[in-house]
Design a binder for this molecule. Structure first.
Ligand code: TXA
Ligand code: MG
Length: 316
């Protein structure tokens, strides 16, 4: 595995690796993804193997633009409208699969829907245009662990299971895309993410009554550092490190303090979240405590990831 600057030459090489069924890690505005040709069963199987991801958890197909997206799934007026408003950007739309959809059935885990997004990152766009295929790309971490927001994180997570890592610097948004299921009315918010729920208009939340998770990324334990994570911390416990959020002061007595945002800016906090969790995940600390973060805007996505990081670990 090599970390490479995203020169036109490196992007052309990455595209040929992908056309031959290999895997490439690449930056998006949300997190780094590990990409394979979404139409190639063997490439998709290699993604599941590299991540050690359960095969019932489907993958997002990334495309360069709406026109390419329309070849994968059925875009009704509602889908067209959302795509026009938020693409390119951190919104994934779950739409009915077209009978002619070239996406591997393994990538959609046998569902009759397909999840599609157009990422807003120059390297991602250049790669998608160079390869001319939809790219299945989950976050480039081992299943259940913290998502990578730098090329170095990807190298730590996936090592030699990817042929190359395109280095686009730190990801701007820092939490994954919002996943919206358009097969229900109103649409169902399957995963809070980079597009705040408040921007989407009327949506419903998935009922947790059903047994099988509708979006298997909703498995409870996820985004887990090695250390235990404790939420809504207002005072220190012995040896703990603190993930702090302003604008107030950090409570005293922690072994280390890392700020998500000193000023209480949720956009800044989202961008810092995964790198901060990684930085505090060290054996010299007894655990990671997190100050309360408001449940609004990007705070919903941040709290969703933190709740999963704090959840019991038996799932994976
Ligand atoms: O920001 C992102 O979305 C990143 C970057 C790399 O684009 N990708 C990402 O992929 O987070 P992944 O595979 O880690 O998460 C995909 C989520 C999962 O929760 C999965 O269950 C859900 O999307 N999903 C995929 N296809 C689906 C479908 N057909 N129906 C419902 N949920 C689906
Ligand atoms: Mg992920």
């Amino acid at each position: 595995m090599r970390i490479e600057k995203p020169t036109p030459e490196a992007i052309a090489r990455a595209a040929s690796v992908l056309r031959e069924g290999g895997l490439v890690a690449f930056p998006t505005e949300t997190v780094y993804g590990v990409a394979g040709d979404a139409t190639n069963d063997r490439a998709v199987a290699a993604i599941f193997a590299a991540k050690q991801r359960p095969r019932f958890n489907p993958l997002i197909s990334h495309v360069a633009d709406l026109e390419a997206a329309r070849r994968l799934g059925r875009f009704d007026a509602r889908a067209e409208d959302l795509a026009a408003r938020f693409w390119p950007g951190p919104l994934t739309l779950v739409v009915p699969r077209l009978p002619t959809s070239p996406v591997s059935l393994l990538a959609t885990a046998g569902l009759d829907t397909v999840a599609v997004r157009v990422p807003d990152h120059p390297v991602a766009s250049a790669l998608l245009r160079a390869v001319g295929l939809p790219l299945a790309a989950p976050s480039a971490n081992r299943s259940g662990r913290v998502s990578p927001t730098t090329a170095a994180h990807v190298a730590e997570e996936l090592g030699d299971s990817v042929a190359m890592i395109l280095d686009g610097g730190p990801c701007r948004v820092g939490v994954e895309s919002t996943v919206l299921d358009l097969t229900t009315d109103p649409p169902t918010l399957l995963r809070p993410g980079g597009v705040p729920m408040e921007a989407l208009g009327l949506v419903q939340l998935p009922s947790d009554a059903g047994s099988a998770p509708r979006s298997p990324g909703m498995l409870t334990s996820h985004y887990a550092p090695r250390l235990a994570v404790r939420l809504d911390a207002t005072e220190a416990r012995p040896g703990e490190a603190l993930l702090a959020f302003g604008p107030g002061e950090a409570p005293p007595g922690f072994a280390a303090v890392r700020w998500l945002s000193r000023s209480g800016d949720l956009v800044e906090a989202a961008a810092n979240l995964f790198a901060a969790l990684r930085a505090l995940d060290r054996p010299e600390y007894a655990g990671i405590a997190v100050m309360p973060i408001p449940e609004e805007g990007l705070g919903r996505a941040i709290n969703d990831r933190l709740r999963r990081a704090a959840a019991p670990r038996e799932v994976e």
